[in-house]
Design a protein around this ligand. Structure first.
Ligand code: HEM
Ligand code: HEM
Length: 200
């Protein structure tokens, strides 16, 4: 499942390209990927810290830097920008490996996009449908109001929790595969997302 990538091409284009190429992800895609990763990891760390230790100064501090709804809304905004950028670069992206490994990688990446849209969109619809305000940190985007709209509330009630743990499992698998590529297959899959291309 190793990928053949021309190192000279990578080195030549180093630090110059904002857009993606056949050989690596450009600066914009890489930035959007690592911002998503940081936000998603923070989101899960805070949920797990609350579950593990309950209300204390640490979890309250975490909540102040990343309120659950605001982090979710930020993840949604970054994902929409990312999908737009993926579309712009659709003809010039690094290819996946042939065979079952590549198919699996494509499926997991598509599931990430689907979950990173589904989770915040339906959670926000639930907040709205229950009459709560929608905020991004201090900023009120939609004010609270008397509302009880069942169809908006039902999907998240049913699926937000199981789908978020599915995302968690996929993230663990995804990180493991990135490390397996780096340390076992010793190929350039991680390098094309970190931007650390070398000729070795
Ligand atoms: C990608 C974004 C999001 C992720 C990864 C995420 C993840 C999670 C996780 C892991 C839980 C704990 C589930 C459990 O205890 O079994 C949770 C619960 C919850 N989340 Fe999110 N969330 C996201 C976005 C949002 C947004 C935007 C809102 C609302 C504005 C929201 C509202 C809630 C609520 C009310 C709960 C508790 C009730 C429930 O489990 O359904 N979430 N979320
Ligand atoms: C924590 C949340 C993360 C999410 C939601 C996420 C999501 C994604 C998505 C959707 C892609 C596909 C990009 C595309 O082609 O459109 C991707 C690629 C990639 N991610 Fe992540 N990622 C996360 C964290 C990480 C971490 C921590 C690592 C490294 C340890 C990593 C390494 C990679 C690599 C190497 C690729 C490129 C794979 C390839 O070209 O085949 N990701 N990621």
């Amino acid at each position: 499942m190793t990928l053949h990538i021309e190192n000279t091409d990578i080195v030549n284009q180093r630090h110059t390209n904002w857009r993606d190429s056949q050989n690596y992800y450009g600066r914009v895609s890489r930035t959007l990927h690592w911002v998503t990763a940081a936000l998603v990891i923070l989101q899960f760390s805070i949920v797990l810290a609350w579950r593990g230790t309950g209300k204390n100064t640490f979890t309250l501090f975490l909540d102040s830097i990343g309120p659950h709804g605001s982090l979710g809304l930020l993840i949604l905004i970054v994902t929409l920008i990312r999908l737009g950028w993926t579309w712009v670069n659709r003809k010039q992206r690094p290819p996946q490996a042939q065979g079952i490994g590549g198919k699996l990688a494509r499926l997991v990446h598509a599931s990430f996009y689907a979950l990173l849209l589904f989770l915040p969109v339906f959670a926000l619809l639930r907040e709205y449908g229950e009459g709560y305000e929608i905020r991004l940190y201090g900023m009120i985007i939609l004010p609270e109001m008397e509302r009880n709209i069942t169809w908006m509330v039902a999907p998240a009630n049913l699926l937000h929790s199981p789908m978020s743990w599915l995302l968690f499992a996929l993230v663990i698998g995804h990180i493991s595969m990135a490390l397996i590529h780096r340390f076992w297959f010793k190929d350039k899959v991680l390098a094309r997302m970190t931007g650390r291309h070398s000729a070795n």
